[in-house]
Design a protein around this ligand. Structure first.
Ligand code: GLC
Length: 755
């Protein structure tokens, strides 16, 4: 990277506060000492800094990746890895935790000729040992501050066990709920995802990246992974550059503006060019346009996979394509080690590209303070006392409680009556192995509180019966009979059903996003007893609800809430806490509607809500609406919205107007309401969504209380990516809603004046 660009990058990212003083002195962002180091490095040592292997000395408790490091025989992999590290041929390790062996590994690195410290990375996406709600669940809180707090707590915990770098946040905008990785992100909306992206980065990196309690973040997967066709994992995408820039890039720009200093190249292709070999993306946009100063790491094997994509004839070509495009560090089994020496010798990879990549990696290591203190975050005293702390567990409970979404509450069956006899039925009622969600490889099964345990702590012993009724995918002998019997003796049934936690996450795309058949049969049988049923859904994605599940008296989305999940759910079900979550993903009427998202285009034949007309943009079987729309959720009190009022119906090109609405709690309990601001550009030079979220405010209303909520609108809120691929606004008419969901409210019109 040119010195000018790097300095500009630092200025743009406003990350000067992250740089140690020494680094600020150098023209290319590096301290003179580190800059001089590069000049001493052999090519082999440079390639070593660009090489990330799975940690063979400290393997994870359970496999989290296909075996991508066939570097040596299983029997001597650890010894082999130590030798590679001492030879200066390793820059970073993946997924290892533990201070004692971490210190040994770092000592080995310091014994190498130049003594460049290792960087330890791990996938701590929603907690290491204190498991916070799945990101999709936390997004439902509509409280980015919770993301910052939980990321901060996760950073403290992971850095207590020797992790410097987390492969998070995952900020892919997911438009198709069949895709399993919906679970790891913040939903279907770019604006909401961007607010959470920046919050996660602030939490992970803190105010001082050299602090041993801060970790480098790695917003992923750059970019467009959420657009995989058919929601099929690892599939191709068919994204125009306009759609990429309009929908999928804004969360990354927000993350980088918040100071994120690494990013991960995605598996997917973009308009025919795989992200991990895409110079336009990794250099044109990321470096030249955005001045990103950090480094790009490939996804696991994503550089090697350029061969399978059919854009590289062999691994050597794949290595050249990846490095020249801008993949600085290879996460895999030694691709750069095997091929870069010959590629540099032949000139297919200029040494200048290798040097730039090395500079970026050393910049991050310097910003982490690893040169000043290679044993930062490798303190045995911290490891002994800063994991699963009471404060972290209390935060896990609070965050989980605030992520629960109440979709239905007919007859106000919730909160549970104090004297109610409760039958907790279903495979997710008391299963410790299905509480943490995907990406919890360090969680210890049995540590998370189940719903049954939460209810036992909240209800009198003789008021609760727990019956499994069925397994996740299969019926249990006598299961339904036992469940029906328990339901008959109860006043109300809590039916804890849904997906197993291994049904979402990576490599977990589903063709039908429904409750597994065995559980649907259980639900139908329990419903036939006539007892009121409260469905509590365990899920990492939106589901298509049918039959007795859809017709239950109440429906609660419990996602996978982590360590305190059962306590949080019990808090909400008993009324100790009120549900305040809102859907970050649309729940469709049917799986067949996927991909489905609220901010869709109008088309030339839009179907008005409830309109029965045939020749309209819809399916024969179902209307083009969600069963439960993005932004929807209920509390334990009803809230009314007045008509939005505008300070003016004319927004000057360089001015602003205010939009105000009165919201009132008309119930008898306190309520937390997420007041949402949407706009629609009525006529532009390109087709625009029927609604776009542009702001939200979560407010608490006491019984009977009214508040006036105010949003300021300016031209920057109305921009879109035009045909010339630049962000722009156009004068003209806009509709504006302030509403409780993406499908509610009546619009008011305003005009954006000409420049
Ligand atoms: C996986 C995932 C990525 C993760 C990486 C390391 O394949 O795509 O999100 O960070 O490998 O585990």
């Amino acid at each position: 990277m040119s010195r000018r660009r790097l300095l500009a990058g630092i200025a743009v990212l406003g990350t000067t506060s992250l740089l140690p003083r020494s680094a600020l002195a150098a023209p290319n962002g590096l301290s003179p000492k580190i800059d001089a180091l590069i000049a001493k490095m052999t090519l082999e040592e440079k390639i070593g800094q660009l090489t990330l292997y799975p940690d063979e000395v400290r393997p994870t408790p359970r496999p989290i990746n296909p075996d991508i490091n066939a570097q040596a025989e299983a029997r001597d992999r650890a010894r082999f890895q130590y030798a590679e590290i001492r030879a200066g041929r390793v820059g970073a390790l993946l997924a290892g935790t533990g201070v004692a062996l971490g210190r040994d590994l770092q000592k080995a690195a310091l014994e190498s000729r130049l003594g460049i410290p290792l960087m330890f990375g791990a996938d701590v996406v929603h907690g290491l040992r204190t498991i916070f709600p799945l990101p999709i669940a936390l997004a439902a809180s509509f409280e980015p501050a919770l993301a910052e707090q939980t990321a901060r707590a996760a950073a403290q915990e992971m850095s207590a066990v020797g992790v410097h770098w987390t492969y998070a946040p995952m900020i892919d905008v997911a438009r198709d709920q069949r895709w399993g990785r919906v679970a790891e992100g913040s939903g279907e909306d770019p604006y909401l995802t961007a607010r959470f992206a920046e919050a996660y980065v602030r939490g992970f990196q803190g105010d001082d990246l050299t602090s041993p309690r801060s970790v480098a973040s790695c917003p992923k997967h750059f970019a467009g992974y959420g657009g995989v066709l058919g929601g099929m994992e690892y599939n191709a995408t068919d994204l125009s550059e306009r759609e990429l820039r309009q929908t999928h890039l804004p969360p990354f720009k927000a993350a980088f503006n918040a100071g994120a200093i690494t990013t991960m190249a995605a598996f997917n292709d973009i308009d025919g060019v795989p992200a991990s070999g895409n110079a336009k993306l990794l250099t044109g946009i990321l470096r030249d346009e955005w001045k990103f100063p950090g480094f790009v790491v490939s996804d696991a094997g994503s550089a090697e996979e350029l061969v399978a994509h059919g854009v590289a004839a062999d691994e050597a070509e794949a290595a050249a394509l990846a490095l020249n495009a801008g993949v600085d560090m290879n996460m895999g089994g030694g691709l750069y080690k095997r091929h870069l020496p010959a590629l540099v010798a032949s000139g297919k990879v200029p040494m200048a590209h290798v040097d730039e990549a090395v500079r970026r990696v050393l910049l991050v290591k310097e910003r982490l303070g690893l040169f000043d203190d290679p044993f930062r975050s490798l303190d045995p005293k911290r490891e002994a006392r800063e994991v699963r702390t009471p404060a972290a567990l209390a935060l896990a409970r609070s965050a989980a409680t605030r992520s629960v979404v109440l979709l239905k509450n007919e007859g106000n069956v919730l909160p549970l009556r104090k004297d109610a006899r409760v039958a907790l039925i279903g495979p997710l009622g008391d299963d410790p192995a299905n509480m943490d969600g995907t990406w919890a490889p360090w969680a210890k099964t049995g540590e998370a509180v189940t719903l049954a345990q939460g209810l036992r702590a909240a209800l009198p012993a003789d008021r609760l019966r727990v019956v499994k009724g069925s397994d996740i995918h299969t019926a249990l002998p006598g299961g339904i009979d036992a469940a029906v019997a328990a339901a008959r003796e109860a006043d109300i049934v809590i039916l804890a059903i849904g997906e197993g936690q291994d049904m979402s996450g990576e490599a977990r795309s589903r063709v039908e996003i429904t409750v597994p058949h065995a559980q649907q049969a259980l639900a139908d049988a329990v419903a036939a007893t006539g007892r009121p049923v409260v469905v509590v859904l365990g899920t990492g994605r939106a589901l298509a609800l049918h039959g007795a599940v859809r017709d239950a008296s109440a429906i609660v989305v419990g996602w996978f809430l982590g360590s305190a999940g059962g306590l949080a759910l019990a808090d909400v079900l008993t009324g100790k806490a009120a549900p305040s979550g809102r859907l970050p993903v649309s729940f469709p009427q049917d799986s067949g509607q996927q991909p489905f998202y609220y901010n869709h285009k109008s088309t030339g034949r839009p179907q008005a809500p409830g309109e029965a007309a045939f020749f309209k943009a819809r399916y024969v079987e179902v209307s083009n609406e969600a069963l439960y729309p993005f932004g929807f959720g209920l509390g334990y009190a009803s809230v009314t919205y007045g008509e939005p009022t505008l300070s003016s119906a004319a927004l000057p090109w360089d001015g602003s107007i205010e939009a105000t609405v009165e919201v009132r709690n008309t119930g008898t309990r306190p309520v937390e309401e997420v007041v949402q601001l949407y706009i629609r550009d009525m006529a532009a030079s390109v087709t625009r969504p029927v609604r776009e979220l542009k702001g939200f405010r979560k407010v608490t209303l006491a019984p009977g209380e009214a508040q006036r909520i105010r949003f300021t609108i300016a031209r920057k809120d109305l921009t879109f990516v035009g045909s010339d691929l630049t962000w722009q606004a156009e004068a003209g008419a806009f509709d504006l809603w302030i509403a409780p969901s993406s499908a509610a409210g009546r619009p008011v019109r305003f005009m954006l004046g000409k420049a």
